[in-house]
Structures are given as C-alpha cells and as structure tokens.
Design a protein around this ligand. Structure first.
Ligand code: SF4
Length: 149
C-alpha cells in the first residue's frame, strides 16, 4: 500500500489534529477529482508498519487522530495500520468515496466520511452534498460541523 503524501490536517476531522495519509490507487475516478495523482497505485512510497509507527510516535501528544484518505482497497493493510493507531491512543478516520465499506473496517474507525466527489453537489461544507461524515459509535451524521454560519 503506497501513500502519496502525509500532512497534518486541521479541518478534515472537526476538533482534531489529524495525521493524514493520502493512499495511492483510488479506483473511483470521480469526474472533476481534485487528486487524480492518487489514481496510480504505484505512485508514492510504501506505507510500512515501521514507517507508520515512526510518524505516530513523532506526533504523540500533539496530534489526536490518524486519518486515511482512501486505502479501503487495501483492506487488510489498512486495518493493520488502524489497529496500530488505536493502540497508540489515536482516534481514527477514513475518507472514502464509496457509499459503504465493510463491517470489519468500520469496527476500527471513530469517524467515517462516505460518498464520491460531485462538483455539482459540493463537499462536506455544502448543504447539498451527497457526502456524509458519520461518528461510528453513535451513527450520528455530523455534516453540520463543516458548514460555516
Ligand atoms: S474518491 Fe477522491 S481521490 Fe478518488 S477519484 Fe474520487 S475525488 Fe478522486
């Protein structure tokens, strides 16, 4: 499983400082995709357990959440990394373009964002969006946290 880039994300998970990994090989090919460089599974660098652990340790006490932008197409590896994140007391989040993901993957998440990118409907900060940001434990839809008054 390769990742194209890693960054600290402040807005993708409300109230959290997230360690955000963008995973290569997105199969969805949404029209108007903002990150077509993620389509090629071979681009980027392998995200190994060692590499991930190193980053998680580095930001311990500062960051609060580990966020994956995609990667559900590498389910086994993604679950392994989510378990490591939880073991290190991080909350977890997955942004997927799919409508549904497997139960085994959901089990490892604190939050889940579903839905493909549709430029006509907009993202999570749009009232017309097709995307959903859900707190797994309560099944609450939290899209309102992204909409500015
Ligand atoms: S899910 Fe995201 S990365 Fe994948 S094609 Fe759609 S917009 Fe691009």
């Amino acid at each position: 499983m390769n990742y194209h880039n890693f960054e600290i994300a402040l807005q993708e998970v409300p109230g959290e400082i997230s360690l955000c990994f963008s995973i290569s090989g997105c199969p969805l090919r949404c029209e108007g995709c903002h990150s077509p460089f993620l389509w090629n599974a071979k681009s980027g660098t392998p995200l190994t357990v060692e590499g991930c652990n190193k980053i998680l340790n580095k930001y311990k006490g500062f960051a609060t959440c580990v966020l994956f932008m995609g990667g559900e197409w590498h389910e086994k590896e993604l679950i392994q990394l989510l378990k490591i994140a939880k073991k290190n007391n991080y909350k977890t989040c997955l942004y997927t373009g799919e409508e549904h993901i497997s139960k085994v993957l959901i089990k490892e998440l604190t939050w889940l964002k579903t839905g493909s990118w549709n430029p006509k409907l907009g993202g999570l900060n749009s009232a017309t969006t097709n995307q959903k940001f859900i707190e797994i434990k309560t099944q609450k839809l939290l899209n309102h946290l992204f909409i500015k008054n």
